[in-house]
Design a protein around this ligand. Structure first.
Ligand code: PRP
Ligand code: MN
Ligand code: MG
Length: 181
């Protein structure tokens, strides 16, 4: 089969850069949550790498739960339609919930998810995302922890997919146009 490298345009963030930024975010989170247990809510599937790495970088007590929602299907455009594919296993009563995402694009997924989870009685609720595209925002969204603000280009790797591929790359890059044209 063909080499994944042939599908890349350029590398946006290397594994080393991501590791460093995740460690910085984790240090900030540890300071802010001092003495409080955190429930990390990972948004499947894109957030798996961020959750796995940030959880291991935190010194606070951490529990993890997962939600699967979908807004993209297999294309590159946000549809704005959010579906719950898998709900949380645990209740949120009195929990300090930190929603973890790989990327905020239009913000529609998290805007919907944040109010959905906020209605379940958590003690607090915040958002952490590795990437955010300010130029693509369609809604106002309070995001406490942001790894990088990036231009409005389609990115893949470190959990981010195109048609379910490239999630396993340990860096973040852009796709060569021949892949999606
Ligand atoms: C992607 C990404 C975010 C969401 C951001 O997930 O991982 O969850 O889209 O888009 P938005 O800000 O425009 O709502 P996707 O729906 O592709 O599912 P996946 O995580 O399983 O890839
Ligand atoms: Mn996602
Ligand atoms: Mg996706």
């Amino acid at each position: 089969s063909s080499d994944v490298k042939d599908d890349l345009q350029h590398v946006l963030y290397t594994k080393e850069q991501i590791d460093t930024r995740i460690a910085e975010l984790a240090a900030e989170i540890d300071r802010d949550y001092a003495g409080r247990d955190i429930l990390l809510v990972g948004v499947l599937k894109g957030a798996v790498m961020v959750v796995a790495d940030i959880a291991r970088a935190l010194h606070s007590h951490v529990a993890m739960d997962w939600m699967a929602v979908s807004s993209y299907g297999s294309g590159t455009q946000s549809s704005g339609v959010v579906r719950i594919l898998k709900d949380l296993d645990t209740d949120l009563i009195d929990k300090h919930v930190l929603i973890v995402e790989d990327i905020i694009d239009s913000g529609l997924t998290l805007s919907w998810l944040r109010s959905n989870l906020a209605s379940r009685g958590p003690a607090s609720i915040e958002i952490c995302t590795l990437l955010r595209k300010p130029d693509a925002a369609k809604v106002e969204l309070p995001v406490k922890y942001v790894g990088y603000d990036i231009p409005n280009e389609f990115v893949i790797g470190y959990g981010l997919d195109f048609a379910e591929k490239y999630r396993n790359l340990d860096f973040i890059g852009t796709l060569a146009p021949h892949v999606y044209e």
